[in-house]
Ligand binder design. Sequence first.
Ligand code: GUN
Length: 289
Amino acid sequence: MNPLATAHPAAIIDGVALSAQLREDVTRRTLALKARGVTPGLAVLLVGDNPASQVYVRNKVKACADSGLHSVLERHDADMTEAALLARIDALNKDSSIHGILVQLPVPAHIDANKVIEAISPAKDVDGFHISSAGALMVGQPGFLPCTPYGCMKMLESIGYDLRGKHAVVIGRSNIVGKPMAMLLLQKNATVTICHSATKDLKALTLQADVIVAAVGKRNVLTADMVKPGAVVIDVGMNRNPEGKLCGDVDYEGVRQVASHITPVPGGVGPMTITMLLVNTLESAERSL
Ligand code: GUN
């Protein structure tokens, strides 16, 4: 028995159920928009044949169809030039049937990902990766939020969690998850600590946390001995264990004995990321009216 264990295992924040609820609203609003002559449209560009990326883009396109959004999947050969990709983005920026443009990352090494991201019109930046979207988030102006941190915030909202004055620890400092996640938590008046590979004594920091977001991409980054009883734990990781099973960054079985709430992998943050992509695309289309 873990001496830190709480009386009950953590409540599970179910990303599949919450997604279904949010997608119902997306479907309803999409129908309303269609009645006004606008079908929200998403363009998904995949360069090369990265197997994980292929699964991700397929899931995104399917989610669009399920909620009534229009989507276009463009698959390009791995040897596509940067100039050709930038030209495709330019054409999609001008295409009024497309409200969101997403270039699946990573792109092949000969293509500059930053150049690609900055080529997307900020008005169609439904991934929220453009420097102007990141800047808007930083200063609290409206703009597209990156889908994964946006989904994590919706999960906290779903349990009625008030972040004011709470200590939130984000593990990971990527531009896609860690940094924007920290900004969103800060916006809700949490005290935020960002931890990363050079952090000394991660455990001393996580033990102080009321909320922990793990976004490293490595198994067992967070174990039960690192979690304060009653903390809320959000697991953004997508890894495989030695048996090939999908798992997150958190030792789920251990941590759920200590935390008050926890997100599972699979079935946690993953579905929420795609749901927020639909929300962003829909809102882009609504704004176009
Ligand atoms: N690669 C991994 N995650 C993402 C994402 O959310 N968007 C894009 N465009 N590429 C990714």
